[in-house]
Design a binder for this molecule. Structure first.
Ligand code: ADP
Ligand code: MG
Length: 244
């Protein structure tokens, strides 16, 4: 079953097209790595999934909820509950502990009872390896630890799909692996994931599918082994040569 569908989606900023005729089906449990040069439209595509950017043409659907170009805000709220997103910057609340950062969405938006939200948050923080740090504030945590709190915070809303936009790009090199490790475990647990990344070895090992974008279009959509060992398109080959 498809969880995320794009049908002929376009996006323009002013007169500038940044997504052109993008069609895509992401299946339940699938991990798709979105790769491509800077400015290709990867972030815009991801942000259209939860409508942080409204698309200008075509149709997007997430878990059966169809989003056109003029969808009402009530439907956008429903949409955003289905989608978790992790950004390059962690955006945690500085005045809340790690535990409170993970609890705040469920208690304030989903109206989850406090005791249940606390148990769930403790479980999620344990899963991302932060059992010993739950009471700490973001300022007391490393970048890698903060990003793992951000992942737990997104998971606490029980999304149908998780979006990662260069989740490790702002981290010091020694912290990249701990975050990729959490993402790899999520993938192995069957989470549907759309991952924009520059980590080619992670994409090759963890993704079910590589979506290569350039100039606002999907240039190649292939199995990782095929994409990395025998890219079909000249632009894919050029990108991979530069990435090495
Ligand atoms: P990527 O994530 O692949 O680097 P983006 O989706 O961020 O690419 O950007 C695609 C294109 O859209 C770029 O040319 C970028 O400058 C432009 N763009 C992105 N966001 C905006 C915006 N809010 N306003 C105007 N142009 C934008
Ligand atoms: Mg980007």
């Amino acid at each position: 079953m498809s969880i995320v569908t794009f049908r002929n989606v376009g996006k323009t900023f002013g007169s500038r097209p940044v997504l052109q005729d993008v069609s895509l089906d992401i299946e339940e449990g699938q991990v798709a790595a979105l790769i491509g040069p800077s400015g290709a439209g990867k972030s815009t595509l991801l942000r259209c999934v939860n409508q942080l950017e409204r698309h200008s043409a075509g149709e997007i659907s997430v878990d059966g909820l169809v989003i056109g170009t003029h969808t009402r805000s009530r439907d956008l709220t429903a949409l955003r509950r289905r989608v978790g997103m992790v950004f390059q910057s962690f955006n945690l609340w500085p005045h809340l502990s790690a535990l409170e950062n993970v609890m705040i969405g469920p208690t304030s938006i989903l109206k989850t009872p406090l005791s249940q939200a606390r148990r769930q948050a403790e479980h999620l923080l344990d899963q991302v390896g932060l059992a010993a740090h739950m009471a700490k504030y973001p300022g007391q945590l490393s970048g890698g630890q903060q990003q793992r709190v951000a992942i737990a915070r997104a998971l606490a809303m029980e999304p149908r799909v998780m979006l990662f936009d260069e989740a490790t790009s702002a981290l010091d090199p020694e912290m990249v692996q701990e975050v990729l490790g959490v993402m790899e475990r999520l993938a192995a647990a069957g989470t549907t994931m759309l991952v924009v990344t520059h980590e080619m070895s992670f994409a090759r090992r963890v993704a079910d599918r590589i979506i290569f974008m350039a100039d606002g279009q999907i240039v190649e959509d292939a199995m990782p082994e095929d994409f990395f060992s025998a890219p079909r398109e000249a632009r894919s080959r050029a990108f991979l040569e530069r990435a090495h």
